[in-house]
Design a protein around this ligand. Structure first.
Ligand code: MN
Length: 341
């Protein structure tokens, strides 16, 4: 083991001190949260540890294949109590905000279980774990795990590489977001060396849409609004549209990414009223507008390129809370180099 950072050594010491681990991630888990859980679960199991995964939310269908090798349990008060009693330690992945783990959070008040946090979100707090490995410069939590795993030579298998690749691919928007750097590409190259098929893995996550989902996208996109001289795209989705096209939940990730391809766009915001009175605000930046602080001020979170928040009230009220600040930030940007030439 050759850990250079003190937090990495602390994390390995933490793992060495315990036998039975409970893993969890944030509510509405994404490919990074779930891929990181699957990877760490496989890695710890191979080292003779007992591992359980318990999340607040269900695994979305496009990530169901990650459950081939690992079981993802969904929160139930009785099961959660039992898992916390059985485990020697809890590892929280892809969030350093205690509230973001959902219904497991209040139960932690009643236990003394040691906690480790591995995350890459920018946070003002230093994490709520006894050990905190928080590296905002990492493209994905999976990238931090890969580094930790490699410190113990010969421990990464094809199954672990696949789960880490899903974490990296999804959190970089398939290597398009501003967090896609040399580290991300080097990691992808190394992971492919374990025999992964990138085309198959991309399709497994992204080629799962129903015709209804595409019709819904088409309807919402055809009504897109341009603001701030075409530099802001505003999308709006009503509860009736979700229902009419047979969409369950609020899987709008691909939708809010599409207008980023319009020339000159700095930011995209989607107001989706998934059910009456509940508006999911999804924000995307093409790299220059910091949208994560807009989301966090309203109680949400995310990264500089992708963030979100769930607001109670009408879509008109949500617009009033988000748009003035977002427009102001775009107006304050220096002139876009793309326009100059
Ligand atoms: Mn992540």
């Amino acid at each position: 083991m050759s850990a250079e950072r003190p937090e990495h050594r602390q994390f390995h010491d933490f793992l060495a001190r315990h036998r039975t681990f409970l893993l969890t991630t944030h509510i509405n888990p994404d490919g990074d949260g779930l891929g990181s859980e699957a990877a760490l679960s496989l890695w710890l199991s191979a080292q003779g540890r007992r591992v359980r995964i318990l999340n607040d939310s269900v695994v979305p269908p496009q990530f169901a294949f990650l459950a081939r090798h690992t079981v993802f349990e969904v929160f139930d008060p009785g099961v959660a109590e039992q898992r916390l009693v059985e485990a020697d330690a809890l590892i929280v992945l892809d969030t350093s905000n205690r509230q973001r783990i959902g219904r497991l959070a209040p139960l932690l008040d009643r236990t003394t279980i040691p906690v480790a946090v591995v995350d890459h979100h920018v946070s003002h707090a230093r994490g709520f774990g006894h050990v905190n490995v928080i590296e905002p410069e990492a493209s994905a939590t999976g990238e931090i795990l890969f580094e930790l795993f490699r410190q113990v030579p010969g421990t990464v298998t094809e199954e672990i590489a696949e789960a880490l690749y899903i974490a990296l691919m999804t959190d970089t928007g398939s290597f398009r977001y501003s967090n896609t750097d040399t580290h991300a590409h080097r990691m992808a190259a190394e992971l492919l060396g374990y025999g992964l098929d990138p085309q198959r893995l991309w399709s497994q996550v992204h080629a799962q849409a129903s015709a209804g989902r595409l019709r819904f996208f088409g309807e919402v996109l055809s009504a897109l609004e341009l603001d701030v001289d075409g530099r802001l795209v505003v999308l709006d989705a009503r509860p009736e549209q979700f229902q009419r096209h047979g969409l369950v939940g609020a899987d709008t990730d691909g939708l809010v990414d599409m207008p980023r391809s319009i020339v000159g766009v700095e930011a995209v915001v989607l107001f989706s009223e998934v059910e009456p009175g509940k508006v999911k605000v999804s924000l995307r930046s093409t790299g220059r507008v910091a949208i994560d602080t807009i989301a966090s001020k309203l109680g949400g979170g995310g990264h500089v390129h992708a963030a979100g928040v769930l607001l109670r009230g009408t879509r008109a009220e949500a617009r009033e809370r988000v748009l003035p600040e977002l427009k102001k930030r775009i107006e304050e940007l220096p002139a876009d180099a793309r326009v100059a030439w």
